[in-house]
Design a protein around this ligand. Structure first.
Ligand SMILES: Cc1cc2nc3c(=O)[nH]c(=O)nc-3n(C[C@H](O)[C@H](O)[C@H](O)COP(=O)(O)O)c2cc1C
Length: 132
């Protein structure tokens, strides 16, 4: 399983992780993917400094949540998805990482905001992610 997942990522130059936030962190299935991916001798080296072994790759992240976790504001501290993904990718040698945090879906779920209007807020950011 681990070897197959690592082979998949080795074959890609660019990959997209699109995930919901569950209880401030990544869903268990994404954590499981991380645990299969971060592997000595495959994605990071045991040489001094533990250098990452995945080179020349880019990652794009879309993190979706009910509440807003705004960069630079106190709410950002409760977003444990983005820092974990950034750290893990960096550890494996992937430093070119862009993130869109698509938060605040609650108002749309309650019908207070039209879903199209909610999604429209993130269209430009997601389109910018695609320009690599
Ligand atoms: C088990 C579970 C835990 C969740 N925990 C959080 C959370 O900690 N913070 C948050 O903002 N949203 C949380 N959510 C909301 C999800 O992030 C949200 O449902 C998901 O991004 C999809 O958006 P949608 O429900 O508007 O389609 C949680 C949802 C579930 C099912």
């Amino acid at each position: 399983m681990s070897a197959e997942l690592i082979a998949e990522i080795r074959a890609a130059d660019l990959f997209l992780i699109s995930t919901p936030m569950y209880n401030f962190t990544v869903p268990a299935v994404l954590k499981s993917w991380i645990d299969y991916m971060v592997r000595p001798g495959f994605t990071f080296s045991l040489a001094p400094g533990w250098p990452g072994m995945l080179e020349n790759k880019k990652a794009r992240l879309i993190v979706v949540s009910r509440d807003s976790y705004i960069p630079g504001e106190p709410s950002e501290a409760a977003d444990l998805v983005t820092p974990v993904l950034r750290k893990v990718l960096d550890f494996m040698g992937i430093h070119d990482v862009d993130v869109v945090r698509a938060g605040s879906s609650l108002a749309a779920n309650l019908g207070k905001v039209r879903i199209d209007d909610h999604l429209a807020k993130y269209e430009a950011d997601v389109a910018a992610l695609a320009k690599v």
